[in-house]
Ligand binder design. Sequence first.
Ligand code: PLP
Length: 403
Amino acid sequence: MTPGEQLAAFLRNVAQTSDSPLGLVVERASGCTIHAAGGREYLDLLAGIGVCALGHGNARVLEAIRVQAEKHLHVMVYGELVQEAQAALARKLASVLPATLDNVYFTNSGTEAVEGALKLARKATGRTWLVSCSGGFHGDTMGSVSVGGNPVYRTPFEPLVGDVAQIDFNDFDGLAVIDERHAAVIVEPVQAEAGVILPKPGWLAALRARCSEHGVLLIFDEVLTGFGRTGSLFAFEREGVVPDVLVLAKALGGGLPLGAFIASRSVMRTLSHDPPLAHVTTFGGHPLSCAAGLASLEVMLEEKLADRAARLGEWFTDRLRQRLRSPAVREIRHAGLLIGIEFDAASRAAAFTQACRSEGLLLGWTLHDDRVVRLAPPLVIHEAELDDASLRMERALSRTAAG
Ligand code: PLP
């Protein structure tokens, strides 16, 4: 197909998620660059919204996929046959997590992992009420939408899953709402779609204490913040607060679709009886995805990419603060290499994003605060690439702020 034919089919035959898709025709991607039709190259500062932590085309991940493909693809619905790729990744995850997070349920995606975690919490506690946080984002299936923190994305789909209470992220007083009625609290330890909002010091610890006091399971959604993104392997390590259930996806699969919710064996056991097979999936934990995920995690650990994200995040945001000095830029926030640039108006953020694209940079908005431009580059990105990106962003801003 020619690029023109691809674009026409994309617009006509592929379901659209907005009236203004980026619509770049991708030819290939390597390292931190996306090569589009017409010879255009884009420095990828989004990494597929946090998926491609190792950039594009990592040799170890590609080799692991090839070896697994030659061994076997899908053989049986999840949970029946022993598949080395699943067992090895689960064991590796358990080895890098606290002892209470040693039992992994693999899914296909982040939102499915959230659904599994919510079902697990209700069944394990015998309670129905769930607590979510203002600004939170957990995916787009019904349960995940129900615990979403922005009414704009909930209202069109009501009635949703019932018995959900909401507290304000970072509100210490609001924690008093949590009590024996509640099965679980679900929260992102750093809120990404809300506009890269960091927890106030001590808030997650206070939330943990309140949950423990009332027998409520604490679910951390680390779909986006997992695997080094915020400067530690998992964002919960930043605060030293361990959840009862950890939800992962995005970078977990090394570029292939994979999610997981992880808990202790005793909590997870609740899903395997009364009745058995009450929570199953055909493709969850696909062997190709698990093989890619294991190779990706090994590279992350060997190359200490979490430390790299912490170091580069500090350095790069300093640079951005120097180069993006303008009354239009309200604040630049970051946790590792998850960066939010807050503008004074949504229109300015959109114009900046557009101008950056003309400069050959791919970056984007956040779903719940369209004044905030988000960056989540591959964790392997070079300093020189980031330095060059900051210069291009400076040029883009001068055009935007003048406009
Ligand atoms: N949770 C968080 C924090 C996310 O950022 C996302 C997706 O962006 C999800 C859940 C849903 O993941 P998926 O798109 O794989 O269903």
